[in-house]
Design a protein around this ligand. Sequence first.
Ligand code: TEU
Ligand code: CA
Length: 547
Amino acid sequence: MEKTQPWWKTAVVYQIYPRSFQDSNGDGIGDIPGIISRLDYLQFLGIQAIWLCPVYQSPNTDNGYDISNYEAILSDFGTMKDMEKLIRLAKQKGIRIIMDLVLNHTSDQHHWFVEAQKSKENPYRDYYVWADPINNHAPNQLGSIFGGRAWKYDRITNQYYLHLFSEQQPDLNWENQKMRTKIYQMINFWIQKGVGGFRLDVIDLIGKKPLKMITGNGPKLHNYLKEMNRSVFAEKDLMTVGEAGSATVEDAKKYSGPDRNELSMVFQFEHLAIDQQLGKEKWDLAPLNLEKLKQVFVKWQVELAGSGWNSLFWNNHDQPRIVSRWGNDKQYRVVSAKMLAILLHMMQGTPYIYQGEEIGMTNRPITDISEADDIETINMYQQRLNEGYSKQAILASINAKGRDNARTPIQWNDELNAGFTTGKPWLAVNQNYQVINIAAELANENSIFYTYQKLIKLRKSNPILSQGNFKLLEDTKTEVFAYYRQLENAKWLVVCNFSDQINEFNLTDDVEKVIISDYSDLSLAEMGKNISLQLRPYEAFVVAVKA
Ligand code: TEU
Ligand code: CA
């Protein structure tokens, strides 16, 4: 057991996608003054940090993940003054701002790339990844994550540049020491502004060796992270979380091991790959396999304990809404959203709440591609049409997995545009806002919101959650996901019915106290030892039991 824990081990982080959070000036785009106006709400929810998706200057090919100036704020979002004010006012409320660092690539409009394109001799040329044609073709078959080839031909210099994402997102060359130094200076610029940490976009890609077809987990990846740590993070009480889609448990230990001096933790995606066909793309849907989901969580919980740190999340701005994905967004929306929250927030790690998750916001289905905004979705649609898929099949994939599902405006109330804007929202508001909105949640003491509020409080005040060990109950029905957390004499039992059916659960412990439950009428009196409980649809509870 650790004596003094870093703050982020008992923290819950709230993710804001600024474009969709709160508009303050009627242009239909969420902005920094809008976030400032909602800090009271976030403080009431109880979170300790905000992960703010990119707010830097950007032509918005990929909604801010294509940065043209790391040290300027996109005018749609406000000014640097607004940003400084956000950092200051949030801090006064005990909330730290975690900036999103996109270090694998820039926008093609970043002045480094504008220069680099001019000639092979330009001093910025080597900041990016260039290669000669082979037999008048791209150097190899490497594909872009957003579709098509990852190499783009440049006529002026007769070379190709690498873009693992869109053509407008050229990849930075991390082998270039000067470029790395500039990046570290930029990170220090933000540290001096008083931010609480960083989320590092696709950080597993920076060690790429594209001519050898290596993208994730390249040979020098961890050297770069150690150098970055020495140059900027060391001794500064910052929280750092790297997005690492390729990370296995062994990799995560390297990134987040207590003696490794790299990052606080990583986002791994193994649990979110379970509903896609093996070896295929996320669009190739497969039903959720609950046994597999349990195995994955158990593996990460048990194997990272003491030798790394987990991030815990169901959602982000790239993922569909969890209540629509693995809960039930119709009859059992409220109770299934609470079950999913309880299941995740009782584990060891740092939980992340993606905006709107705390009120059970749902996916937003579309009937025509013209309703889509996201570049990944639009590119995939074109590509699959060319490959002969039916429109209907492609739209079904988009409605299940498309990134716009999570990007619709936050539903604040039942008024015009859900209270998000007085103008025309950049992306249509989900039509269910009259039923699902924050004002309604706050007015109802049994709402999803108050479950999240309570979970955040529990984590802050119960070391068992941050430090206790984890053990799965093996002898349950597949649909029942149950585990113990234990720290010295304290022992908690977490029981979740991951199903819209009634399921039996045999209680073998002496129950002392109910910690939290998703049905408000759960009674301790009915919870004797060796009793068979009939768990209701999506019923979840946590009880303290005799150790
Ligand atoms: O996402 C990484 C990434 O690879 C995603 O594109 C992911 O594969 C897919 O969207 C979800 O299945 C990060 C950012 O989170 C994303 O928003 C950016 O588009 C991307 O990097 C490029 O910067
Ligand atoms: Ca605005």
